[in-house]
Write a protein that binds this ligand. Structure first.
Ligand SMILES: CC(C)(COP(=O)(O)OP(=O)(O)OC[C@H]1O[C@@H](n2cnc3c(N)ncnc32)[C@H](O)[C@@H]1OP(=O)(O)O)[C@@H](O)C(=O)NCCC(=O)NCCS
Length: 333
């Protein structure tokens, strides 16, 4: 079985190709645009083995923890490639990948991987017939609390604490193989360890734009969980500055919202968020993307027009302030 594993969860893109005989890896230092780099990097790696995407049996994405958008991008790539090519997809967390590096003699393992701002994430695994299985949800701790938190998580049992700061796509292969062999291919779920904080940040940006439809926390949570929806965010310096959301059922996608923090306007973030939504929708097989915008929202109309949207319809007096809704649409590449 040939596997292509990839990590888009951090500041670099790493890929590993296991063709059944040899494992090849590729590391691209790309800053934050791994999603745009992925197709080219995957192609180069496959070519080095004389293979094409259609030769791969399963696509494996790192499911987190990591950057909010990167996680979703990786899982979307795995899901869409598998669906389009009729292959399998698996999502493997860094905690699981770490636990799989423990020697088989360790029955109880606490996997520890780096988090943000010096924090670490950890999770307890018990080794069964088919490898380590998590026995608790993951947790996180600041450095001064880590040792105690890890001890408590093992509940007094003797456990091997394994900390790994060097994980890359190649470490996703072993757990993915075991999953594929046992048929345990749960729906690919992102591992957000701190979704509350992320959603707080999105709610805060939204609240700065009272004219936007104000989504509730529950609505954001549902968007995060929905397989056919994408919530893209742009973060920098440990803060979220922009987000956009779209849903799709091929061949059509719809953008619901793009919002940028008022302190970061006109720096290209709106355009960037929109471009990512388009790229993912195109990958999911969508040919057209539509949206609805108030005729009074000149900034948004200018953004959408500059991104190739044209007005295709109008709903008179659609919004509460009496403004018309413009229906805009563009073709996807
Ligand atoms: C609309 C919005 C998302 C634009 O975000 P942004 O990051 O400032 O936009 P960008 O910097 O990516 O701009 C891309 C292009 O859009 C156009 N544009 C964006 N804002 C504009 C404005 N206020 N006036 C004129 N043109 C504008 C320009 O063509 C711009 O290109 P340029 O800067 O090279 O001239 C932002 O103003 C916002 O969050 N508004 C409130 C939320 C909202 O109304 N969202 C849309 C409805 S869901």
């Amino acid at each position: 079985m040939r596997l292509l594993a990839f990590d888009t969860t951090g500041d670099r893109l790493s890929l590993a190709l296991d063709d059944g005989k040899k494992v090849r890896r590729r590391l691209e230092r790309v800053g934050r645009d791994q999603d745009e780099m992925f197709p080219g990097a995957a192609d180069r790696l496959l070519k080095s083995a004389g293979l094409e995407l259609s030769d791969i049996d399963a696509f494996v994405a790192a499911s987190g923890p990591g950057r909010f958008t990167g996680i979703r991008v990786g899982l979307t790539y795995a899901t869409v490639l598998a669906k389009t090519l009729g292959k399998k997809a698996a999502g493997v967390s860094w905690l699981e990948a770490c636990a799989w590096k423990a020697p088989a003699s360790a029955r109880l393992v606490v996997a520890v991987v780096p988090g943000w701002k010096g924090e670490s994430f950890f999770q307890v695994f018990r080794r069964g017939e088919d490898g380590p299985r998590p026995i608790q949800p993951p947790g996180w701790a600041a450095p001064e609390r880590l040792a105690q938190a890890v001890r408590e998580s093992a509940g007094g049992e003797e456990a091997l604490v394994l900390e790994d700061k060097t994980l890359s796509a190649v470490d996703l292969l072993a757990p993915a193989r075991a999953r594929l062999a046992s048929g345990r291919l749960e729906e690919l779920a992102p591992l957000y360890i701190k979704p509350k904080e992320d959603i707080d940040a999105l709610l805060a940006i939204q609240a700065l734009w009272p004219s936007l439809p104000q989504w509730t926390r529950k609505h954001f949570e549902e968007e995060l969980a929905a397989p056919r929806s994408q919530l893209i965010v742009f973060d920098e310096g440990g803060r979220l500055w922009a987000y956009g959301s779209a849903r799709w059922t091929a061949p059509e996608a719809e953008v619901f919202a793009v919002a940028v923090h008022p302190g970061r306007l006109r720096r290209g973030l709106g355009r960037k968020v929109l471009a990512r939504l388009h790229a993912l929708a195109a990958l999911a097989g969508c040919a057209v993307c539509g949206l609805e915008v108030s005729a009074a929202n000149h900034a948004a109309i200018a953004l959408y027009s500059s991104a190739g949207y044209r007005v295709v319809g109008r709903r008179p007096k659609y919004y509460n302030d009496g403004s018309d809704a413009l229906l805009m649409s563009r073709r996807l590449p």
